[in-house]
Design a protein around this ligand. Structure first.
Ligand code: FCB
Length: 445
C-alpha cells in the first residue's frame, strides 16, 4: 500500500463513553442511571457484569490523560453522564458532578488535547425512565435543559459538542429489541421513542446554541454500509430503505425537517405520534456529522416485511472480528461519501474499531496485529474518501481503553490500551504504538 498523507490539522483521537469507563456509579451525589438499573438486574449482561467500577476512570482520569498524551492524541471524545450532573434528571445541578468534568477538561487542555464531548451516550437518569424515559415527550425538554446547563458551564473551554451518541441504537435496542437499557420490547414504543429523540435533538441544538458558547454542534450517528444483495431494482430499493432507516433517521430529520422514505407503506407518522408542528422543532441543522461505523449490511427485498420490506443477509466465509462483526473496510468509504454528497457538512469519524481478545504475552506485550491490520485498512478508506472530495476533519478510534461493552460486559476488548480489570493496570497494545506513530507522521504507511 502506498503512503498516504492526511490534511494538516486532521484530528486523530480516541473515543470512550461515561458508563463504559467511569465506574463510581454512586459516588459524589451521582444519581442512578438506566444502565445501573439494567445491569443490577439479573440475566441482562453476560457474566453478570456491571459498570459499577468499569475502568475506574473517575478516579484514574489523570493517568488516562497521561496515556492519551503518550499516544499523541489531538482530540478526545468522551461523554458526560447526565445523572452525575442532575441526579434526578432535572432540578438542581450536582456541583461535584460538574467538578469532575471540569478537572477532566483542564487535564486534557493542559496535555494539549482537544475535548470533544457527547452529551448523551445512553445513561439516562433512572428518575426520568420512571416517568417513561424516551417515550415521554417531557424528556425532550429536560434533556435540552440539561445540555444547556453543561454547555454553559464548560463552554469557555469546550467549543465542539455532540448532542447524541447513536440515537438509532439506544432507541431500537433499548425499546424494541430490549437488549439494551431500559430493556423494553415494544415496536410501537420504540418508534415513538425515535420521534421524541428527534424532538430532543432539535430542542437541544437550539438550547446549546442559545448559550452563545458553542462553535460547532453535531451528533454521532451509527451508520453501516448498505449493499444491495443483487443488481435488481428491488434489492437496490431495499438497500436504500435500510440506509434511510438505519443511517439517516435522525439526520434527514434535523437537516431537512422530514423523515426519510424508509417504509414501504410510507412513514407511520400516526404510530409515531407526530403532531402537526413537530417537524419544525425537529429541524435544526447541524454544523457537522459524526459517523460511527462498525458493520455493513447486505440487503435484499423482502415482500413479507410490511415495514421496511427488507431482509439482511449474512455473509458466508467473511473475515470477522472476535465479536463476529464482518471486516469490510469499503463500508466506511461508502458511508462517508454518501453522507458528504447528500449533506455537504464537515464529517468526523467519531467511532470505528474492532474487538480482538489478545492478552499480554509472558513479557507483558499485547501483540494485536489483527487490530493494526483493521485500522490500517479502514483508515485507508478515510483517506480515499478525502481524495474523493469529502471534507473529513478527524478520526476517533473506538476505544482508548478496553471497557464495558454493554450487553457483552467485559468479554469484548476494543481498546488500544489493554486493561487488566482486577488490578486496573493499563498496558499500551502494539496497536496503540502503531496509532501513536501514525499520528506523529500524520501519514498512513
Ligand atoms: C457503538 C457504541 C460504543 C461501543 C461500540 C463498540 O455502538 O457507541 O459505545 O460500544 O459500539
Amino acid at each position: 500500500m502506498a503512503e498516504i498523507d492526511f490534511p494538516k490539522g486532521f484530528v486523530w483521537g480516541c473515543a470512550t463513553a461515561s458508563y463504559q469507563i467511569e465506574g463510581a456509579w454512586n459516588e459524589d451525589g451521582k444519581g442512578e442511571s438506566i444502565w445501573d438499573r439494567f445491569c443490577h438486574a439479573p440475566d441482562h449482561i453476560k457474566n453478570g457484569d456491571t459498570g459499577d467500577v468499569a475502568c475506574d476512570h473517575y478516579h484514574r482520569y489523570r493517568q488516562d490523560v497521561a496515556l492519551m498524551k503518550e499516544l499523541g492524541l489531538k482530540g478526545y471524545r468522551f461523554s458526560i453522564s447526565w445523572p452525575r450532573i442532575f441526579p434526578e434528571g432535572r432540578g438542581r445541578a450536582n456541583r461535584k458532578g460538574l467538578d469532575f468534568y471540569d478537572r477532566l477538561v483542564d487535564e486534557l487542555l493542559s496535555a494539549g488535547i482537544t475535548p470533544f464531548p457527547t452529551l448523551y451516550h445512553w445513561d439516562l437518569p433512572q428518575a426520568l425512565q420512571d416517568q417513561g424515559g424516551w417515550t415521554n415527550r417531557d424528556t425532550a425538554q429536560h434533556f435540552a435543559d440539561y445540555c444547556a446547563a453543561v454547555v454553559d458551564h464548560l463552554g469557555s473551554r469546550v467549543k465542539s459538542w455532540m448532542i447524541f451518541n447513536e440515537p438509532w441504537i439506544f432507541t431500537i435496542l433499548g425499546y424494541m429489541a430490549g437488549i439494551h437499557a431500559p430493556g423494553v420490547r415494544d415496536p410501537s414504543m420504540a418508534l415513538r421513542a425515535t420521534h421524541i429523540v428527534n424532538l430532543a435533538q432539535g430542542l437541544a441544538v437550539r438550547a446549546v446554541r442559545a448559550t452563545g458558547k458553542t462553535y460547532a454542534v453535531g451528533t454521532a450517528f451509527s451508520m453501516s454500509g448498505a449493499y444491495p444483495a443483487s443488481d435488481s431494482d428491488e434489492d437496490r430499493a431495499a438497500a436504500e430503505r435500510l440506509h434511510n432507516f438505519y443511517n439517516v433517521w435522525f439526520l434527514e430529520t434535523i437537516q431537512n425537517g422530514r423523515y426519510p422514505d424508509a417504509y414501504v407503506g410510507g412513514v407511520p407518522l400516526e404510530r409515531m405520534d407526530v403532531k402537526p408542528d413537530d417537524m419544525e422543532i425537529v429541524k435544526a441543522p447541524l454544523d457537522f456529522v459524526g459517523i460511527n461505523l462498525y458493520i455493513r449490511n447486505v440487503v435484499a427485498h423482502n415482500p413479507h416485511d410490511e415495514n421496511l420490506g427488507i431482509r439482511i443477509l449474512s455473509v458466508p466465509n467473511a473475515e470477522r472480528t472476535d465479536f463476529g462483526w464482518e471486516v469490510y473496510p469499503d463500508a466506511l468509504h461508502q458511508a462517508i461519501t454518501r453522507i458528504w454528497n447528500d449533506y455537504h457538512l464537515p464529517i468526523y469519524v467519531t467511532e470505528n474499531g474492532c474487538s480482538y481478545g489478545d492478552e499480554p504475552d509472558e513479557n507483558g506485550v499485547v501483540n494485536d496485529d489483527r487490530r493494526i491490520s483493521f485500522y490500517r485498512r479502514y483508515i485507508a478508506q478515510v483517506a480515499r474518501a478525502i481524495q474523493d472530495g469529502a471534507d473529513v476533519r478527524g478520526y476517533y478510534a473506538w476505544s482508548l481503553l478496553d471497557n464495558f461493552e454493554w450487553a457483552e460486559g467485559y468479554s469484548q476488548r476494543f481498546g488500544l490500551v489493554y486493561v487488566d480489570y482486577p488490578t486496573q493496570r493499563r498496558i499500551i497494545k502494539k496497536s496503540g504504538y502503531w496509532y501513536r506513530d501514525l499520528i506523529a507522521a500524520n501519514r498512513l504507511q
